[in-house]
Design a protein around this ligand. Structure first.
Ligand code: GRF
Length: 221
């Protein structure tokens, strides 16, 4: 039997790309082979170029629909040998065209404790709900909005004097640590089905953090 292709990451972005930067700065065990943006003015593109990573802009408005756009995305990812896809601030709903091309190989980072507060303005939603904790989630992507199986979460307290900016910054700091940690495990070991849901393989212990609680389902497999 032939060996599986070595892992290569494709990162999809739309904005400032601080999560992309965290990936570029981390030791992931796999190279970032392509950064693809649907917006040509995304600062994430400059971050990628600064790290010597290939970039591509595909403007979704130039395509007939979501499927046609996703087909072009799939072709670009394949052309760069991408095996694992990370949505890092990518502001598009993806379709089965992308998901079926990369089964169990598309993950997303979202700034809430899913399934709470999916969609836009998750931090604002948490504040408006009067939540006492929020956080971030890394999940496998399905065709819904922030609805796929959860792989890891970081719990961040909402402090009495928090405003949107402070809460967003505190959650973002956890995103920047949690996402690379998940990606490192995910590219090294296939996800494992367990009775409680999908788990990361490799048996790595979940790091202990100051000021935030991380939780992830991890098995030896
Ligand atoms: C992050 O909060 C991420 O969780 C959400 O969009 C934001 C993107 O930020 N999906 P950045 O582009 O990584 O700075």
């Amino acid at each position: 039997m032939s060996e599986p292709a070595p892992a290569r990451l494709g990162v999809l972005v739309s904005g400032s790309g601080t999560n992309l930067q965290a990936l570029l700065d981390a030791e992931l065990g796999a190279p970032v082979a392509l950064v693809l943006s649907n917006r040509k003015d995304a600062y994430a593109l400059e971050r990628a170029a600064g790290a010597g990573v290939r970039t591509l802009v595909l403007d979704h408005k130039q395509f007939a629909g979501r499927e046609a756009f996703d087909q072009a995305v799939v072709e670009a990812l394949r052309a760069h040998g991408v095996t694992h896809v990370v949505l890092a601030g990518f502001m598009r709903i993806v379709t089965p065209v992308l998901l079926d091309a990369f089964p169990r190989r598309v993950i997303n980072i979202h700034p809430s404790l899913l399934p709470l507060y999916p969609g836009l303005d998750a931090q604002q939603q948490a504040l408006e709900a009067g939540a006492l904790v929020s956080g971030c989630s890394v999940h496998l992507v399905d065709a819904g909005v922030d609805s796929g199986p959860i792989l890891a979460q970081a719990v961040v307290p909402v402090l009495p004097d928090d405003d949107l900016e402070r809460l967003r910054a505190r959650i973002l700091a956890e995103e920047h640590a949690l996402l690379p940690w998940v990606v490192r495990a995910w590219v090294a070991h296939p996800l494992v089905a367990t009775p409680r849901g999908l788990a990361l393989g490799g048996g790595h212990p979940v790091p202990r953090r100051d000021g935030a609680l991380w939780s992830a389902r991890v098995v030896e497999g």
